[in-house]
Write a protein that binds this ligand. Sequence first.
Ligand SMILES: CC(C)(COP(=O)(O)OP(=O)(O)OC[C@H]1O[C@@H](n2cnc3c(N)ncnc32)[C@H](O)[C@@H]1OP(=O)(O)O)[C@@H](O)C(=O)NCCC(=O)NCCS
Length: 160
Amino acid sequence: MEGCTTIPLTSKEVTPTVRFLKAVADEAQYLLLSHDVFNGDLAGSMQFAIIHGGMTGIVAKVDGGVVGNCIVSREGLEASQHVGNVMVAVREDLRGLGIGGRMVEEAMKLSPCELFVAECFAENVTSIFLFASLGYKQRGEMPKFIYKDKQFHTKIILST
Ligand SMILES: CC(C)(COP(=O)(O)OP(=O)(O)OC[C@H]1O[C@@H](n2cnc3c(N)ncnc32)[C@H](O)[C@@H]1OP(=O)(O)O)[C@@H](O)C(=O)NCCC(=O)NCCS
């Protein structure tokens, strides 16, 4: 999309990125893994992870404001440091313009990880298509993994 720039997620970008994440966090299909968004010190954990190599990512901006974000969080397990968990979100009115795909592609290039994993609701067709278009394959599904809005949802696991 013209007028949209993408830059690496650095410490300087954490505050506007957290503001963006909080604004999109209400969406049922996103931030499955990030209880921190509501409960913890997300900005603090992100700063720590960026500084210590546990997180890389991309921020998308339009007119200086954050409109999208892709995070690659490294697995905590010592033996799985080559694995990056990918999460992506784009501001609702700017979806379908290629920003999400572009951020995931750039975030993967920037990351030192060798294997990338993404998770989403089974209903999240856009997300499944996005990751599939970048070579991810569906590796599994977990029925009833998520209980949200008084309903069980299936979680899909994809990886490169
Ligand atoms: C998922 C999300 C990030 C996608 O962002 P986006 O900017 O709209 O995605 P893009 O425009 O880059 O589309 C990516 C690809 O998926 C394809 N695609 C998207 N929706 C599709 C659909 N319904 N059917 C077929 N293909 C589809 C696009 O064609 C594109 O592929 P291409 O580049 O080869 O043409 C966005 O919808 C979002 O923020 N959702 C809420 C958060 C979320 O669910 N995140 C995923 C879980 S971490």
